[in-house]
Design a protein around this ligand. Structure first.
Ligand code: XMP
Length: 503
């Protein structure tokens, strides 16, 4: 299979380059710069050298043996490093550019085919190229910098100081397509669905005998991983679904029913009491997460050990998790969310069939595998469940209140057609009482916050501009039907600085 290799020098946008390439039907993998092999390998038809958080004088070197060997696109730091290294010049820190800039084309280049003379690009750099190496040609400028892009035919190189992978670069997809299809000559059109058969065959080979276990959460990743494994090894697969008591209203029933309709063998583990006990009196968010994580491992481990010949642990780890938890060279931005710790503690071999896929690709696999639509459209739900949406102590009463309030909000979104237009929506129970009136009496009641966000990957988010009527209707239902709630508010925070969840 033809492959694009992305050499990562620590840019915050590296993952996006892979995403864009795959959206254009080209299979791309990220490799940190210090793991690049001596030879690119026969299937690699092109390489992207990424940007970096560092400056040219102190950043990692590019692999010279690769430059000129195969078609390459150098972005930002890499474009500057090559210019500086081969006889051009870069000045550091002189003219910091961040944000949109107007790109003006000069001469002609395959990179810009099909583009207008002027367009908007996204800049994020402090260093600037002031002279090109002999033989390289300028192909675009901006109002601030002379060499926004250059090409160097002898080195099979296209280079840009802006970021074509960022969505603010209007013709970014066009440039990347030109680079991939015209410059590198990628001919295949990669589709994640086409890999299903080989994924199943690989799983069969990886698990020749013995049983495999999987903790299913009701989310798309673990479900798709489980379906693939089940198809590969049949009855040797055993799934577990833990009812932590921290699930949403009707969730357990809906999820188990869906697993049943898919023919997936999943055993229910009832652990509501244990989780409540572990959370008693705990108000610190990190302590809640820690206790839930530990107990989850304990409960799952016990179940997994009950199998007579359990050898493998299937996990729905996806590509962003893999890149962020080790392969990446950039400083960590997001800490890890997975319930955590399972692989180290269990005497099972870890099997991760989705480790090279992005979320939307997993969704496409899920569609192709025939998962019920209810699964494919479900909003993400955090591992620690409602515990991180109840600020303060988690008690059975507060869980009931939040479940009801959340269900009213979600039902309202469903009925108004808004559920599918947001990334995630939920209710949060706050740890305060406010004054209200009930009948003729003054009364203290609880406060529910509603949150609905737009996002691509959960790493950044904007509050959704839900219509006032929808919000009002949800609030009315909650105020009328959920006992002890006298106030409903809407959360208008974006991420950053807030996170999506409240804890
Ligand atoms: P935050 O709150 O960090 O959330 O902005 C980003 C996305 O991740 C989900 N999330 C979690 N998912 N275990 C999970 O599996 C967790 O502990 C966890 N915490 C947050 C959150 O719902 C959002 O989609």
């Amino acid at each position: 299979m033809e492959k694009l290799l992305i050499a990562d020098f620590g840019s915050q946008y590296t993952l996006l380059i892979a995403r864009r390439a795959r959206e254009l039907g080209v299979y791309a993998e990220i490799v940190p710069y210090y793991k690049l092999a001596d030879e690119p390998g026969p299937e690699v038809k092109g390489v992207v050298f990424s940007g970096s958080y560092a400056s040219v004088s102190e950043g990692p070197p590019l692999p010279e043996r690769w430059i000129g060997r195969l078609p390459a696109l150098a972005i930002c730091y890499s474009a500057q490093w090559i210019a500086a290294h081969y006889g051009g010049a870069v000045i550091e820190g002189a003219q910091r550019e961040y944000g949109p800039a107007k790109l003006l084309l000069q001469g002609s280049s395959v990179l810009f085919e099909g583009m207008p003379q002027a367009s908007t690009v996204w800049m994020s750099h402090a260093d600037t190229i002031t002279a090109l190496p002999p033989g390289a040609q300028a192909i675009a400028a901006t109002e601030n910098i002379p060499y926004a892009a250059y090409q160097w035919p002898e080195k099979k190189l296209l280079a840009v100081q802006f970021h074509p992978e960022v969505s603010h670069t209007t013709y970014g997809p066009q440039m990347l397509e030109n680079f991939l299809r015209r410059f590198c000559g990628f001919a295949d059109r990669w589709e994640p669905e086409s890999l299903i058969e080989s994924l199943i065959a690989d799983l069969r080979q990886a698990m020749p005998e013995g049983q495999a276990v999987c903790a299913l959460s009701g989310g798309i990743d673990s479900t798709v991983a489980a379906v693939l494994a089940h198809k590969a090894i049949g009855e040797r697969f055993q799934g577990f679904f833990v009812d932590t008591g921290l699930l949403r209203k009707g969730e357990r029933e809906a999820v188990l029913k869906a697993y049943e309709s898919m023919g997936l063998p999943v055993t229910l583990i009832e652990a509501q009491e244990e989780f409540l006990r572990a959370l008693k009196g705990i108000t610190d968010p990190e302590e809640k997460r820690r206790r839930i994580g530990h107990l989850f491992i304990e409960v799952f481990e016990k179940a997994a050990r009950s199998l007579s010949d359990g050898r493998y642990l299937i996990q729905g780890t996806i590509y962003p998790d893999v890149v962020e938890s080790g392969a990446s060279v950039a400083p960590t931005i997001k800490s890890h969310h997975n319930v955590g710790g399972l692989p180290e503690k269990l005497p099972f071999q870890l099997v991760e069939p989705l480790r090279l896929f992005f979320k939307d690709e997993v969704r496409r696999l899920g569609e192709k595998l025939g998962l019920p639509r209810s699964f494919l459209r479900r909003h993400p739900f955090p591992g620690p469940g409602l515990a991180v949406r109840i600020l303060g102590e988690v008690t059975p009463e507060r869980l009931d209140i939040l479940r009801e309030a959340d269900a009213h909000f979600i039902d309202t979104l469903e009925a108004s057609g808004w559920y599918d237009r947001v990334w995630q929506a939920f209710a949060v129970l706050l740890p305060v009482s406010t004054v209200g009136v009930t009948g003729d009496n003054r009364a203290y009641g609880g406060v529910v916050a509603l949150r609905a966000v737009l996002s691509n990957d959960g790493m950044t988010a904007e509050p959704s501009t839900l219509p006032y009527e929808v919000l009002f209707q949800a609030a009315q239902k909650i105020l009328q039907q959920v006992p002890n709630i006298t106030r409903v508010v809407y959360d208008l925070s974006s991420k950053p600085p807030a996170t999506i969840e409240w804890e």
